[in-house]
Design a protein around this ligand. Sequence first.
Ligand SMILES: Cc1ncc(COP(=O)(O)O)c(C=O)c1O
Length: 361
Amino acid sequence: MNPISTPGNIPSDLVADWQTLHRVFIRPEDEKSRQTLIKYMEQILFGLHEFLNSHVGVTEAIPLATLAKSYTDTTIRREPEKKLADVIKDIINEIAPRAVNVASPYFIGHMTSAIPFFMVHLKAITAALNQNLIKLETSKVLSVLEKQVLAKVHRMVYNREPAFYDTHVQNVDTCLGLFTNGGTTANITALWAARNRLCGPTNDFAGLAIEGLPRALEYLNCTGLAIMVSRRGHYSLGKAADLLGIGRKQLILVDTDVNNRIDMESLREEYDRLQQQNIRVLALVGIAGTTETGHIDPLEEMADFAAEVGCYFHVDAAWGGPTLFSDTHRHLLRGIERAVTIIDCHKQSEMMPMSAGMVFR
Ligand SMILES: Cc1ncc(COP(=O)(O)O)c(C=O)c1O
């Protein structure tokens, strides 16, 4: 590629030439560029930190509608508009003061927790390594590490024999759990597994994943599938019912008691009603930490009920799951070890920045 000539209206220092691109992507920085980069990094790592320290509480009081007026230009320009230094300055001066300071001590009951400041630096390492864990050739040791982390959290939830973990921690034929990009995709993944288990392959049916929902209903000789959860269920479960072809109408919201926990009598009544309509329940979902109130369903009773009627038991512990780290409070989640469960890293796990969820079985 030839060096690009500078079009008349663009400052020459904004125009990239081949040598510059080559240097940016391939070569280590020369001393002058290193110093510039260090200056930027200081701005990013400490400029933002200072901002966060001095802006606890409500961020800049400016209505959303007014803000929106500043961001209406939809053209993608052919010409560069700013230098990197100006982009960084704008983020610190224009964007950060108008974002929400989730680390503020004035936040009450907010799920996106404060993170230790060193996490900002650690996240920079993640960007520098830029590994893609979708396949070993772009991740290697990170994939091995991922299996170990999942096995550790699995052990916290299910507490199987040490020999079980010795066998499975790095077994390439075993999947103790998965990382997802959050609680929504973790719930969808868990219910996807539930659907495909109820409608799995047999001798004369290749399974719903291959044959589709109408054939699966025909094969199961039922008129529909349902997911049962209390009225406090998170709205990601509605998305799952929609995406999995079950239908939002078949996400059955069961009444709760005065403590926002699923009412077991209502659960039985709703289940009987579905039976009369010849609708199969593919999963019962317990909530370990409801989004709005933090209440925990009676997980042991629910596990008993799921076993009695023969359906998949899933616990949405996106928020409350890390309670298992507490020797004092882990008993509140008793019964979770009998479920497929999901836990978010960026909620009660405290140290974690956005965004990761986990699914375990
Ligand atoms: C109980 C529960 N489940 C699932 C989710 C969805 O998690 P995410 O926002 O990571 O997709 C939330 C989020 O608030 C939640 O509170």
